[in-house]
Structures are given as structure tokens and as C-alpha cells.
Design a protein around this ligand. Structure first.
Ligand code: 5AD
Ligand code: SF4
Length: 502
């Protein structure tokens, strides 16, 4: 039977969110309709993450939950796509006998063919990377005939799906091999996309109503493309994207400190539509740990980049990632991380408890010797330090006016719209607007007219408004704050919505 409907759930990073959007567009081209639950679907797909064991465990539990469904409706195709498919490979078929399909993140352009084959042959089938040569340089590899280019450049509009804020990939894979990280194994070698294809994709998104682009790469600032005689690096790519008419905002994630090039700061300073925001993971504040992680920089070098950033763009918002409980991390090492977080005054940080990943050099060579409760304590301590900093920074904005790109109704508003009473059930997706206790801490009660959006510094702002504001850039005067959210009132529209968004 030819499948007619699909369910797709995404785990992990922005790269996966983009892959899922591209996959959804292709499934739609095949004539499949998206549904909200696996029960209604002929094809159930999980786009997975392997960065931490916890992310894989969640998928295994979802798959376990589908056993009965598969027994009842054996024709349902169940597939795992993305990083976990590539990491666990065929073993996953043995582990989950009711699984039909595996497709690695570098093979998603084969997904349609794979689906057709599975539905015809009723066999477990996989598309996984066979060998991805690492012998060529990153610049040589990113050439236009790269088969992976097929997926990104096949992008087209999906009716009903807003392109207001879109991700565009500039680079695939990673060559850094930080000792804890599985990404270079599952996403393959670093390859940069041709600048002309990136610019064409952004232009087409802008023509469809996109106002904000986030350029994505595992180490986005390492972008390098050999265009005939010319070498195009990230600063130049940013300038090319900035020159596109009608685009309001440009962001880029994630930057890799060891490859930092100060000419990117020149672009951040001189190109007003490039947002004053930099996600620059430090991972640790201890040189000893950074060395064991093979990050390729010292704390002093990291601080130099941050100081230079602030010289060029004084109000730049910084975000960072940290891993706590890396093997051998002592209390002294951890306190050095706390010290770094205090010193930098990030806008926000993401903290992860070390999770040993099979096949990585840290997992092979180092015992996971920091006890779980110590990891949890360090995780909480670091977040608490940051929370004080975030609140202080946000309080300084009270009484000021910020520019907000309105994304839609806040989660709280959508809950109120869905039911007469606020049941406290999380809608589970869409816009962050600060969680319920965050709102409570601010003394603000949500209304069904509450909208949410982001400032150029990537802070979330919520305020009451009209449906016509969705998709517009508005001025919001900040009246109160919580560590995660700005609460305010619309003062005026800077630039009206260009397309109507639900
Ligand atoms: N354990 C914990 N956190 C990890 N990260 C990457 N690999 C691991 C791991 N094995 C974190 C890093 C990275 C973020 C995306 O995930 O902080 O920046
Ligand atoms: Fe992983 Fe390091 Fe590559 Fe980032 S730079 S994806 S942490 S190996």
C-alpha cells in the first residue's frame, strides 16, 4: 500500500530542525500529508540526536512505545533518521525489530527512494555513510557537484509553514574531533557549500517572506570555499548575505573559538542587519580540561576573542556552551569555569553533563569518573550563577525600548486560546515565552492576546498585541523581566508584516 500520511518528530540541534524541514518538504512532494500522532501515520519518522546518551534513550523509549502499533498495523513504516541512525547503524535493527528504516544525516537525499523500497519490499533497509574521505581539504571538498547539495538546494515553500525565520546551512560535518564529541563521526567531514547556492537560497526565502536568517554550521566561522581562484571565507559570505535586499536580520551559529578570525567582527560592526549576537562555546574555564578536550585554545585566548568582540560591538550578546563533569574535572577546574562565566557575563549559557560517547577518544581513554550527583550539582551551580547575571542584564532594560520581530502568539496565549481555563498543560512546541514559573516570578499574567518574539540580541520578549503584528518588527517598551524573558508593551510598528502569518 502506498503511504499517504507521515509523522515526524525532531530531537536535537538546529541542524536537525533544518533537516526535518527539508525532509518534510520532500515528503509533501511525494504526496504525503503530515499528521500529529504516530497512530494516524503510515510513516513514522524520528530525526535523532546522538550528542548525549539521554537524547538516544528518549528515542529508544519512543520506539518501544510503537511496538503495539506496529503489531496492529504492520504496514506502518517506522524509521530512524539523523545522527542516531548513523551512530548505532544496523545494530538498531536488532535492538528494535519493528524498525523498518535507517537513514543517516548525510544520506537524507536518498530518503524518498528508501521509503518507496521499504513499502514495496517489506524489509529492513538502511542508507548510511559508507566512506567519507577525510584526505581532501575542507575547501576542496565543498564543491557544487557534492551530492549532499541536492537536499539543501531542492528547498521550496511548504504551504502553511512560515518562513519568517529560517535556517540555511552553510557547512556540513565537522573536522575538529573534540575528544568528547560524536558529531565528526556521524555527520562526516567538514564541507562548505558554494556561496552562490547559499545566496540563492536566502534570496528565495526572502521572496517568500523570510525576515531573519540563521546561517548554520557546526563550526560556522571555519567556513571556507574555493571558488575558482578565489577563497571565500566566512566574513565575506556574511557580507554577501547582508547585501541581499529585504532581509532584516542575520544570525550565525555555532562559532569555534580556535578558528576565530577578527575580520568577522568588522562585519558584525559594519553590517547593521547582522545581529549583535555570538554563540561561542567555551566548554570549560580550565586550561587543563580544555587541553584534554582538544579544543585548541586556552582560556586566555578565549578571553581575548571576547574582549575584541566587545571592542568592536560593545553591546554584543554572548552565549556559551559548557560541559560539566568531563573525566578528571576537579573542583578547582570547575571553579575556574564558574569564574569564567562570572567574568564573561554571557547573555545565556547552555550547560551539559558529560556523557561518554562510544567511539570518541575521551570515552576510550578516560574513565567517566565524576559521580552523577557531582555533575548535577555543578550543572545547577553554573546555571544559578548565570541566572543572577541574566536577571541583572535584563533588569537594566526596564524602561528601555527594544526592537522585536514578532513570531506569533506566546505559548501561554495559545493555551488560553485552546481552552477556557489554563490547564497548565504545556503545548510542547513553538515559541518559548518563559515557562509558567518564570511568568509567575515576573508577576505577569498571560492574556490570549499575548505575542512573543525576539530582539536582535536574541532575548525573548512577550507583550499584548494584534494578529496583524505577527511577522512585523515592533518597538516594545520593557516593563518587567525574569531571568529568561522581557515583558513589555508595544509602542509602535517599525516595519509591518510582509505576509500574513497565522
Ligand atoms: N557530553 C556532554 N555534552 C556534550 N556536548 C557535545 N558532546 C557532549 C558530550 N559527550 C555539548 C557541547 C556542545 C553542545 C552542542 O553539546 O557543549 O557545544
Ligand atoms: Fe563537536 Fe568539537 Fe565539532 Fe563542535 S567543534 S561539533 S564540539 S567536534
Amino acid at each position: 500500500m502506498k503511504p499517504a500520511t507521515y509523522f515526524l518528530e525532531t530531537f536535537g540541534c538546529q541542524m536537525n530542525v533544518l533537516d526535518s524541514q527539508l525532509v518534510a518538504a520532500r515528503l509533501r512532494e511525494m504526496g504525503l500529508r503530515r499528521v500529529d500522532s504516530p497512530r494516524e501515520a503510515d510513516v513514522v519518522l524520528f530525526n535523532t540526536c546522538s550528542v548525549r546518551q539521554h537524547a538516544e534513550d528518549k528515542v529508544l523509549s519512543r520506539l518501544g512505545g510503537l511496538r503495539a502499533l506496529k503489531r496492529r498495523r504492520p504496514e506502518t513504516i517506522i524509521g530512524v533518521i539523523g545522527c542516531m541512525a548513523e551512530r548505532v547503524r544496523h545494530e538498531l535493527f536488532a535492538q528494535v525489530p519493528h524498525l523498518d528504516l535507517l537513514c543517516g544525516p548525510g544520506e537524507l537525499h536518498h530518503l524518498e527512494a528508501l521509503l518507496v523500497e521499504v513499502s514495496e519490499r517489506h524489509e529492513q533497509l538502511a542508507a548510511l555513510a559508507s566512506s567519507q574521505s577525510r584526505r581532501t581539504t575542507a575547501a576542496e571538498r565543498g564543491q557544487a557537484d557534492d551530492p549532499l547539495e541536492v537536499l539543501d538546494s531542492s528547498r521550496h515553500a511548504v504551504p502553511g509553514e512560515s518562513v519568517l525565520q529560517s535556517y540555511v546551512r552553510v557547512q556540513r560535518g565537522c573536522d575538529k574531533f573534540c575528544t568528547y564529541c560524536v558529531v565528526p563521526f556521524v555527520r562526516g567531514p567538514e564541507r562548505s557549500r558554494p556561496p552562490a547556492n547559499i545566496v540563492a537560497e536566502v534570496r528565495s526565502l526572502v521572496a517568500q517572506g523570510c525576515r531573519e536568517i540563521t546561517l548554520l554550521g557546526q563550526t560556522v566561522n571555519s567556513y571556507v570555499y574555493q571558488d575558482g581562484e578565489r577563497t571565500v571565507r566566512f566574513a565575506e559570505l556574511l557580507e554577501q548575505v547582508h547585501a541581499i535586499d529585504g532581509l532584516d536580520r542575520i544570525r550565525f551559529v555555532t562559532s569555534f573559538p580556535a578558528d576565530w578570525d577578527d575580520s568577522i567582527f568588522r562585519v558584525l560592526r559594519d553590517c547593521p542587519r547582522v545581529c549583535p549576537y555570538l554563540h561561542l562555546p567555551a566548554q570549560s574555564g580550565s586550561d587543563r580540561v580544555l587541553k584534554a578536550m582538544k579544543r585548541g585554545y586556552t582560556v586566555a585566548e578565549y578571553l581575548r576573542i571576547v574582549d575584541t568582540a566587545r571592542r568592536y560591538v560593545p553591546d554584543i550578546a554572548l552565549a556559551g556552551d559548557f560541559i560539566v563533569g568531563f573525566p578528571g574535572e576537579t573542583e578547582e577546574d570547575f571553579q575556574a569555569t564558574v569564574e569564567l562565566v562570572r567574568r564573561i557575563e554571557y547573555k545565556s549559557i547552555f550547560v551539559f553533563k558529560y556523557s561518554p560517547r562510544p567511539g570518541t577518544s575521551a570515552e576510550r581513554a578516560r574513565e567517566d569518573d565524576v559521580p552523577a550527583e557531582t555533575k548535577s550539582r555543578r550543572n545547577n551551580e553554573l546555571l544559578a550563577v548565570q541566572s543572577v547575571i541574566s536577571l541583572r542584564q535584563k533588569r537594566a532594560l526596564i524602561g528601555r525600548t527594544v526592537e522585536v520581530l514578532v513570531e506569533g502568539y506566546s505559548k501561554a496565549a495559545r493555551r488560553l486560546q485552546d481552552s477556557d481555563a489554563d490547564t497548565g498543560v504545556d503545548a510542547g512546541d513553538g515559541l518559548p515565552d518563559g515557562c509558567a514559573h518564570d511568568r509567575a516570578a515576573s508577576g505577569i499574567t498571560a492574556s490570549p492576546r499575548q505575542l512573543a518574539g525576539r530582539t536582535p540580541h536574541d532575548s525573548i520578549a512577550v507583550f499584548d498585541g494584534e494578529p496583524a503584528h505577527i511577522g512585523a518588527i515592533v518597538n516594545v517598551r520593557i516593563e518587567s523581566v525574569s531571568p529568561l524573558t522581557l515583558f513589555g508593551r508595544i509602542e509602535g510598528v517599525r516595519s509591518p508584516a510582509r505576509v500574513s502569518i497565522r
